[in-house]
Write a protein that binds this ligand. Structure first.
Ligand SMILES: CC(C)=CCC/C(C)=C/COP(=O)(O)O
Length: 292
């Protein structure tokens, strides 16, 4: 004789099905053809203070949640629909709107990045432009910016100039640190079509989120626009440089679009940090004395 089916706590399921067991037939609920008893078992375990985790497992295991196993409405016309699930179980069973939106955004991101990666290799459709893109890459690299700033600092003979350059140096170092932290935290791989032939990289640069070039481009251009007196055409050129540098990261296949978009945002915000912590002979006198 087959042993009675038991719920997760070991109670015989037939106990909660007693009211309908006399009219059971193969395929009917009492024979396990539907999940009605499992819901009853779930509800009784809740009512008797059973472990809700066990109950949740029971719900997701039940045939109601397996495609095609829900009893046809016409087959059991007299039965009332099962009682609504408790709130937290409903949340478990339905994918969240945010999850779907994020997954869709990611899919669009990957698709668009692949489409835009037209200089990812010499044989790509815009492969002949690749050397120019790599030149742009160097224009936004950390090393030329750090060396250039240090050189200008060493040549600067005014306090005002030194103050600005000292803060630019601080901004560049802060950017390197925060981007390395973020890359190490997020660990998003570079696109599959990227060739890892970049000029001097750090170990975290095997990761792509966010784009270090994009953060630097946004940070430096905001810094320049705020602290250098430039004619309008030059100001436009600075913004264009930042934008084209960001675009070139995707065209080279180094990054996905979201890496660059977030990089621009992050670099822009980093300038606010630099501005807030602005170093001056008043709040960091030692730094300025030591440099002289
Ligand atoms: C070695 C130094 C000082 C900086 C590394 C600069 C670099 C290679 C950043 C990576 O940029 P992407 O994230 O845009 O590829």
């Amino acid at each position: 004789m087959p042993s009675p089916r038991r719920n997760i706590e070991g109670r015989p399921l037939v106990a909660s099905a007693s009211s309908s067991s006399s009219s059971s037939s193969p395929g009917s609920p009492a024979h396990g053809g539907s999940s009605r008893f499992e819901f009853q078992s779930l509800l009784s375990s809740r009512a008797s203070g059973g472990d809700p985790t066990c109950a949740r497992l029971r719900v997701s295991d039940s045939p109601v949640h397996r495609r095609g196993s829900f009893p046809l409405a016409g087959a059991v016309p007299s039965q009332a629909p099962p009682p609504p699930l408790p709130e937290e179980d409903r949340m478990d069973l339905n994918p969240s709107f945010l999850g779907i939106a994020l997954r869709s955004l990611l899919a669009i991101d990957l698709w668009l990045s692949k489409k835009l990666g037209v200089c990812a290799g010499e044989s790509s459709s815009w492969g002949s432009v690749r050397p120019l893109m790599k030149l742009l890459e160097i224009s936004g690299h950390g090393i030329p910016w750090l060396l250039g700033t240090l050189y200008c600092l060493s040549r600067s003979d005014s306090w005002a100039g030194r103050e600005v350059l000292m803060n630019l140096l601080f901004a560049l170092l802060l950017d390197l640190l925060l981007v390395a932290l973020l890359k190490g935290l997020v660990r998003r791989r570079r696109p599959a079509h990227n060739q890892m032939d970049m000029f001097v990289t750090l170990s975290v640069d095997k990761y792509s989120f966010p784009s270090g070039h994009a953060t630097r481009a946004a940070l430096v251009s905001r810094f320049i626009l705020n602290h250098l007196v430039l004619a309008i055409p030059l100001r436009v050129l600075v913004v264009l440089w930042a934008f084209i540098l960001g675009l070139s990261r995707v065209m080279l296949g180094r990054h996905n679009v979201t890496d660059v978009a977030f990089g621009f945002f992050w670099g822009y915000m980093q300038y606010s940090i630099v501005d807030y912590c602005w170093l001056s002979p008043h709040n960091a006198p030692l730094l300025f004395v030591l440099w002289n």
